[in-house]
Ligand binder design. Structure first.
Ligand code: ADP
Length: 187
């Protein structure tokens, strides 16, 4: 199973990605997690992305595509993967298409979690209190929603046209959303 999980910031991608990836026995790969791990380890990459992430903007395509190409070259992705938070731009879609073509593989599904903006902002502000993520300030949350709408929402049309899109309402308890997801995905 090779799939993507998409949706606006706060829709619960990371949480659902874990369950879906475990179900199919594939690694869940989150570009946001990779960037955060680099920041907390103080790597050169971490230094490069820290400011832009904290502001709520997107890391450049060159850096992001290189990270994903490296990760998808690892052995554990051979029989599948779940990408969480990638691709987010049309340039990243093209890069991923190229990578998969080289491997002579293709995506099986693109899962999208939908939710309304007010609910998303409320969730992220609650998370700010417990997790203290640097990009969960009100200002950065606003920027992230706007950047998603402008840069990433158009990708849904691309994958819809390819017949890959599986849309699931992300509102409700974690278990309820998971049930909705598995109703719609292949076994
Ligand atoms: P969320 O989707 O809830 O904002 P993520 O952990 O997926 O959380 O992403 C956090 C931040 O990491 C993004 O706002 C962005 O700065 C950076 N990031 C993650 N994935 C990408 C990507 N594919 N392209 C560019 N930037 C990314």
């Amino acid at each position: 199973m090779r799939m993507l999980i998409m949706g606006p910031p706060g829709a619960g991608k990371g949480t659902q990605a874990k369950g879906v990836a475990a179900h199919y026995g594939v690694p869940a790969i989150s570009t946001g997690d990779i960037f955060r791990a680099n920041i907390s380890q103080g790597t050169e990459l971490g230094r490069q992305v820290q400011q832009i992430m904290a502001s709520g903007g997107y890391v450049g395509d060159d850096i992001t595509n290189a990270i994903v190409a490296d990760r998808l070259a690892e052995e554990d992705t051979r029989n599948g993967f779940l990408l969480d938070g990638y691709p987010r731009t049309l340039g990243q879609v093209a890069a991923l298409d190229g990578l998969l073509a080289e491997q002579q593989t293709a995506l099986d599904a693109v899962l999208v979690l939908t939710a309304d903006t007010d609910e998303l902002v409320a969730r992220l502000l609650r998370r700010a209190e417990t997790e203290g993520r640097e990009d969960d300030t009100e200002e950065a949350i606003r920027v992230r929603q706007k950047v998603y709408a402008e840069e990433t929402a158009p990708l849904l049309d691309v994958y819809r046209e390819r017949g890959l899109l599986v849309e699931v309402d992300g509102l409700g308890a974690v278990g309820e959303v998971a049930d909705r997801i598995f109703e719609q995905l292949p076994r």
